[in-house]
Structures are given as C-alpha cells and as structure tokens.
Design a protein around this ligand. Structure first.
Ligand code: SF4
Length: 641
C-alpha cells in the first residue's frame, strides 16, 4: 500500500495564524481568555483550548457579560461594533483576523464612506460576511445566487462596490458579476477570493483521481471539509470522511493500492499526522503479511523469472521456495528452447500445480493459465469470425496443427487450401491465416479453416481481375500447370488457358518443351467468355504471314522441312507458322504412289512456289518443277564440255 497526503491538507495560512495566536496567549497566562466564536470548526482543538483556559463566546450577549479578560478575534473577523464593545468594556482585544479578510474590511469601509453601495457575494449567514457587513457605513446587500443577482433591487446608475467572501467559488463570482453588469451600475469590482480553498480542492481532486481509497479529515460542521469530501467522492468511490483517527476503519483499507489523504482548513496538523501514521502502519503490516505469503494448489500467482534453462524456468513467486515451470508446462511447442523464449526479469502469471515437489520447490504451469485465457480468446474469435494468424507447429497426416495462446487448433487437410494439397510438409513453420469454424474445448476440438479465406480472397481478386482485363490486352501471368493440350496461366485472380495451338506461330511438339510451372509469361487475352479466359502468345507483330507474300512469291525457290504427310501430299514447314503443301503429283516427274515412298518426316527439301494465296494462308510447292531446270542445266553443262 502507498500513502499520499495532500500538501495543502489542513490549516490555511489564516487559520494557522489564528490558532497559533490563541495558543501563544494561553501559554502567556493572561487569563481569562476568550475567543469570539470557536477559533476553528474542530471540536478536538476547541476542547484542548478549553482545558488550557480558553473559553468560547458564542454570542454578543455573552461578550457583554464579561468584566475582564482577553478576547481573541478569530480569522473570520468581526464587525467594527464588536471591537468598540471590547474597548468600551475595558477588555483586551487580540485581533487574529486573517489579513485577507481584514483587507476586505478596509475596502468596504472606505468605499461605503465614499458613497458606494456595498454588494457582498457570499453566504449572508457566514460569520465572515457578517463581519464584513459590520464595516460598511450603510447597509450592504448580500447575494449568493443568480436569482438574487437578477432581483437585487438597487437602481440603475448607483455607484456600487462588489466584493466577495474569501471562500466563494471564483467561477460563480464571475457569473454573478456578469449579471450585475447588466444593471448598468457605476461599479467597482474587487476580487477578494482567497485561493487557499481553490488550491486545496484542486489538489484533493487530483489525488482522489489516482487513489484507490481517499480519506478526508475535518470537523463534522466544516463546510469546506464537506465540499472536499464531495469532490473526492466524485473521483474515488471509496472516499471516507473522518474527524479523527478513531473514525478510521482500517479494515476497509487493507489490500488497497494507493491511499490518498486530505483535510479541511480547520484540521490541525497533529490529527492529519495521526491518520497518516495509522495508514502507514497498516501498509507495513500488509507488506509483512505479503512477505509471509502462503500459496495453495490451483492458485494463480505472479512470478518473476530468476533463471532460464533450455527445459525449465525458475521463478520467484514471493513464496519461501522458488517455483519451477518445466518445458511442457510452459509451451505446447515440442522441443522448444526456453532460453530463446523467456528472459531473466520477465514476469508471468502461473498456476500452482504442487506446493512442494519433494525437493522444496513449487511446481508451476504457465501453459495452463495461458490456455485458459487462450480458450476464452479463441471462443471470442470463433463467435466474431475473427481471422487469426499463427505458425504451423506440426504437420500431421490429416492436416496441420497450430498453437494460439497455448491452445491447439487443428486444420484438416481439406481446409488447408482451395486446391488439393498433396504435400502438406511445405507448411511446416509457415505463418498462416485461418478462422475457427468449430469450437468445442470440452471435447478438445477446435477446428480451423484456411480454405474459406483463400476462396473469399480469390473471389475478390477474380472480380477485380475481370473488371481490369479486356480482350486484346497483353498481361503478365505465372504458369500454374502444364498439360498435353496447353498451359494454365495464373493471372492473379483467375487462370487462363494457353492452348498448345496458341503458344507459337510455329508447331509446338509438347507444351512442356516450352513451359514449366512457375515461369513468368506475357500473354495476349484472346477471348473472355463467362469466367473462361483464352490466352495466346501469337502476337500480331511476329506473324510470319505479314511478309510471306514477298518471301514465298510464285516462282521463288524455297527450302523447307517435311512436317507431316498424307496420302495426297506432304506438308512442308517453310518457317515456324508457315506451312506449304507439296502435292503428291508435284513431288517428281516419275509416278509417286504416296509421299512417304520418297520423302521422310524431317527431311529438308527444295521446291518451287507454284501458288500463293495470302488470304487463305495457302502455299503450294513443286519439286517436279525444278526437275526440268535441273535436267536442263545438266544438259547445258555437258554441251559446254
Ligand atoms: S481561507 Fe484564506 S482568507 Fe480564509 S482564513 Fe484562510 S487564508 Fe485567510
């Protein structure tokens, strides 16, 4: 327990001065001594002074009865006629009026003598206000609230002097002056509020705001103590109003964190110190009790790490023996190295498993506390469909296991991904996101689902992709799968099919010869139909038919490779994407039954272009047409010889 006492608690300057004056007089021995009214609102002090021969005069009549003695005027002050009476009776007057109050007396005396009507803002029945009135040359008007200010009954233009009771609230004073301003008086306003009260209240409010319990000390009739109590009570529900230490119920303060103390203006220092001492003693007692703490099995205690080994943690739990958390009682992660997870000085809440494990140590569990807390957290996550993130701690035959707050969650293989996962091993130690779709801690069944997040994410991406792409666009993608008939390209949200026939202008033997999974490719969106996207890599600027009419004009002699054969002819690839037909009748002047009788697939041949149809992309070749030429040139060579 901590104790905080307000610096401004107790006597203000004016009250301290008055009390000191009375004690000085009592000690000096000029008896009898009287105070005009109780010196302060505190019965203990008044009783103490009574024992020292200082009596209280409760009225003017009692003063009139006196034949001798000393009369002390308290800090509130009195009207001029009381001074006159004391003098007339030949009594000794000791004036302990607070200098701040005395200043008001001088102001109202002077201003009322100058013809100003005195308006006092304060409580008409308060002794200080009564005293101030007693210094005015003509009757003063006292107002305390807005209604009284509105209906004040002093005619417009009257010269007035406005002063305040020293303990009046400044904000209220301003409000009332504002109302009076509307009356168009020839007014003089003197702010005579003393800030001792304001300071005490501000400090009390601030301490009560921090404290777990607040003690307000003061006489039961002290209005400023009551006000302090109200302020503190608003900030701290456990605020106690006491007159002396005997009213204090220490039991209610036991186990309290911070106890605040303040006191009203009439509370002697001695009383405050007594209360402080009792609370401090209780605090010490509590610390002693705490140091002899007992623990029981099942209890949750807080401990500080004093040593960490690979497989156990030693904790100081404030008990006579240290506590031990074994690896399996710290975490569910198999073979975890505790030195990498926990450090000396860390604090943690642990559950007592066994008070004495036979070696004088206490067996503790961190995991169980965390699991209980985690279970609650996971239940909330389940109800709120919250997306959780955790590292895969184990890859099992049927799925993945993750641990959140020391609680295991199983993600079945079918809920790991939106596609069939042959190899779950790749998820080991990976951080994954998932939602809990089944929560049954009693049956130890907490099921996670990653697939639905992927499906939802993909749907979102697909929507975004279809809004973005158009036929004719060139986009980037990643080869996701390669089959005999083509490759599926992941475009980020949906897959497109790149058919084997669209992979190149030329002939492709097998898609796998061109692509492998993971390759990045640039593809042309050829067609979008519903959710199907057809792709192509036959980009128009590399179309070989753009220049074919020049290269393969009729009469040109060209080379090509026999690509395939039918009974009626052979198809010859002149370049990738440009095939020509060599009809069986055009192979030779000799009769050829079928092309395969004289040609082989892959054979390079030379032929003459005999027909070119760019529109239908058809070219006809003839080898026969070259035979004449060859024969002729052979003949020419022989003749020359
Ligand atoms: S509250 Fe201010 S004016 Fe009143 S007695 Fe104390 S110091 Fe003087």
């Amino acid at each position: 327990m901590q104790v905080k006492t307000a610096k401004s608690a107790g006597f203000c300057f004016g009250v301290q001065r008055a009390v000191d004056t009375v004690y000085e007089q009592a000690d000096a021995g000029y008896k009898p001594i009287y105070t005009y009214g109780p010196i302060i609102h505190n019965e203990v002090v008044v009783r103490d002074l009574e024992e020292k021969g200082v009596h209280v005069l409760n009225s003017r009549e009692e003063l009139e009865q006196l034949a001798e003695g000393t009369v002390i005027i308290r800090s509130h002050g009195v009207g001029k006629e009381i001074y006159d009476l004391i003098q007339d009776k030949g009594l000794i007057c000791v004036d302990a009026t607070c200098p701040f109050v005395k200043k008001i007396h001088r102001i109202v005396e002077k201003e009322s003598a100058a013809g100003r009507h005195i308006i006092i803002i304060g409580n008409d029945r308060h002794p200080e206000v009564e005293g101030i009135k007693g210094w005015c040359h003509s009757p003063a008007t006292v107002i305390e609230n807005a209604q009284q200010a509105e209906t004040i009954g002093i005619s417009e233009g009257t010269p007035v002097c406005i002063v305040s009771q020293t303990t009046f609230n400044y904000k209220k004073f301003q409000d009332l002056v504002e109302i009076l301003d509307k009356k168009r008086y020839d007014r003089l306003v003197v702010n005579t509020i003393c800030n001792a009260t304001e300071e005490r209240q501000t400090e009390a409010r601030q301490i009560a705001g921090e404290a777990d319990a607040m003690i307000v000390i003061g006489g039961s009739h002290s209005s400023n103590t009551q006000k302090l109590f109200e302020i503190c009570k608003k900030e701290c529900a456990d605020t106690f109003y006491i007159q002396t230490v005997h009213d204090l119920n220490l039991e209610v303060l036991r186990s309290t964190g911070l106890v605040g103390i303040t006191a009203g203006a009439s509370t002697p220092k001695k009383i405050i110190e007594e209360v402080q001492k009792h609370v401090a003693d209780l605090s010490f007692e509590q610390m002693l009790e705490d140091s002899l703490k007992t623990i029981r099995t099942g209890e949750i205690v807080e401990g500080t790490v004093i040593d960490v080994k690979e497989d156990e943690i030693i904790l100081n739990i404030g008990y006579k023996s240290d506590g031990i958390v074994s690896r399996s009682e710290y975490t569910n992660v198999p073979n975890a190295d505790l030195t990498a997870m926990v450090h000396v000085g860390d604090t943690m809440e642990v559950k007592v498993l066994k008070v004495n494990d036979g070696e004088g140590q206490v067996q503790l569990s961190y995991r169980r506390v965390a699991a209980e807390r985690g279970s609650k957290r996971l239940e909330e996550a389940f109800e709120n469909k919250e997306v959780l993130k955790a590292k895969v701690s184990q890859v099992l035959d049927g799925g993945l296991s993750v641990v959140v707050d020391e609680t295991r969650i199983f993600i079945p293989a079918s809920l790991v991904s939106d596609t069939y996962e042959k190899n779950l091993g790749k998820y080991a130690d990976q951080e994954i996101e998932f939602v809990i779709t089944e929560f049954n801690p009693k049956r130890r069944r907490i099921i996670g689902d990653r697939r639905q997040l992927l499906v939802a994410k993909k749907a979102e991406m697909q929507k975004e992709l279809f809004a973005r792409i158009h036929e004719g666009d060139v986009v980037e993608g990643t080869v996701k799968n390669v089959t005999d008939f083509g490759a599926f390209i992941d475009l980020g949200g949906a897959d497109g099919l790149l058919h084997i026939s669209e992979m190149s202008w030329g002939r492709v033997e097998h898609p796998k010869k061109l692509f492998k999974v993971g390759d990045k490719v640039k593809v042309l969106i050829k067609e979008i139909k519903d959710s199907k996207i057809a792709l192509s890599m036959k980009f128009e600027d590399s179309n070989p038919w753009l220049t074919a009419d020049e290269k393969y004009a009729v009469g040109n002699v060209v080379e090509g490779i026999v690509a395939r054969m039918t009974d009626f002819g052979a198809f010859v690839e002149l370049e990738p994407g440009v095939d020509a037909l060599l009809h069986v009748s055009q192979i030779s002047k000799e009769h050829v039954d079928k092309p395969s009788d004289v040609l082989k697939i892959g054979q390079v041949i030379t032929a003459k272009v005999v027909d070119f149809n760019g529109e239908d992309r058809k070219i006809s070749l003839s080898m026969k047409a070259l035979e004449n030429n060859e024969a002729e040139s052979d003949q020419e060579e022989e003749t020359e010889e």
